[in-house]
Design a protein around this ligand. Structure first.
Ligand SMILES: NC(=O)c1ccc[n+]([C@@H]2O[C@H](COP(=O)([O-])OP(=O)(O)OC[C@H]3O[C@@H](n4cnc5c(N)ncnc54)[C@H](O)[C@@H]3O)[C@@H](O)[C@H]2O)c1
Length: 317
């Protein structure tokens, strides 16, 4: 990144945005990182904040011009569980938001885009284990449908207009710094807070619902990794599979019991369990590893230990 590069993170107050914007600011300097969101930050930030919707093209363009933005990280989206309750809004935010940013790059107003896809692009007809990069993709949620269409749109803008858009299919992301925003893997964040505060948790997924997951620190590493990789290393312009580990609620609860032997988990699977049942158990990410050198730092045990350490400090335990 040259000194002239300026970053805009859209959706900076969400689960990923909170951590990503903070990390980018530490890496590139406060004056080079602008965060935007429809919600105001609840705590002081180490970046410049501009209130803006990704759907407000004119305001967005004025921010891009004001700061000479070169790189956009587009995180604003309707997530899987929330999207099922509002199909039109989910489609509009997930697709029109992306189209706005792709068009700014097509018109050479910005240079580079990061846009996350998700394992929700897979569906019940996808193989369950070690899912390959190119496989059957027939998603059964509007979120997954919009992510799959978004992947095609990114690839189209790259092929037709040379837009440098880079993407990852995030698995479920787990961190301790921020709370999730309406996804199907939210339980894996909530459970830690409830275990520490109340020693009990009611899980909305089935005990054996194994899903691909990743620690937030590794998601940030992958995101900055793909954005800073030399352009010739990026061979996939739909979205890269990335993976770290997978586990079920039962396995996570067993690990948490090592910290709190009195911890009790109950299961009350709801419609989110049905969404999750259509997704794979594990992902093959050889493409990302081979093309631009991706590898995670955290396995399941190391992640749980790190979250416990940080949350116990946060809750003074
Ligand atoms: N969190 C995960 O486990 C996960 C997994 C796979 C993919 N992803 C993808 O990563 C991205 C970020 O996810 P997240 O978990 O941080 O989501 P989140 O819901 O926690 O955060 C989204 C942020 O976008 C903001 N926002 C909503 N509408 C907006 C608009 N019109 N304009 C600007 N900002 C708006 C919200 O206020 C919120 O702060 C999304 O594209 C999501 O699909 C997340």
């Amino acid at each position: 990144m040259s000194e002239k590069n300026k970053i805009l993170v859209i959706g900076c107050n969400g689960q990923i945005g909170t951590v990503l914007t903070n990390t980018l600011s530490k890496k590139y300097g406060r004056d080079n990182v602008i965060g935007s969101d429809i919600a105001k930050p609840t705590e002081p930030t180490n970046f410049i904040f501009e209130a803006c919707s990704v759907l407000d093209k004119d305001l967005l363009l004025s921010i891009i011009k004001k700061y000479n933005i070169t790189d956009v990280y587009l995180l604003a989206a309707y997530l899987s569980a929330k999207g099922e309750n509002n199909i039109s809004k989910a489609w509009s935010l997930n697709m029109d938001g992306l189209l706005n940013i792709l068009n700014f790059a097509k018109d050479k107003l910005i240079q580079k885009i990061f846009w996350p896809s998700s394992i929700a692009v897979f569906g019940p007809t996808t193989p369950k284990v070690n899912v390959e990069q190119n496989t059957i993709m027939e998603p059964t949620t509007i979120y997954g449908v919009s992510k799959l269409a978004g992947e095609s749109l990114c690839n189209y803008y790259y092929k037709k207009f040379g837009v440098d858009v880079r993407s990852l299919r995030y698995p479920g992301l787990i961190g301790w710094q921020s709370m999730p925003g309406g996804g199907t893997t939210d339980y894996a964040v909530d459970i830690f807070h409830e275990a520490i505060k109340n020693r009990k948790y009611t899980c909305f997924l089935s005990p054996d619902r194994t899903l691909p997951m990743m620690y937030m620190a590794d998601a940030i590493k992958a995101t900055i990794g793909i954005m800073t990789a030399p352009i010739e290393k990026i061979k996939i312009r739909t979205s890269y599979n990335i993976s770290a580990f997978h586990f079920s609620p039962e396995e996570l609860a067993t690990k948490i019991e090592l910290y709190f032997p009195e911890f009790k988990i109950n299961y009350s699977p709801d419609k989110r369990d049905l969404l999750a049942s259509s997704w794979p158990n594990s992902i093959d990410d050889q493409g990302a590893r081979n093309d631009w050198g991706w590898s995670p730092n955290y396995d399941f045990n190391k992640m749980v230990d790190d979250i416990m350490l940080n949350l116990k400090k946060k809750y003074n335990q």
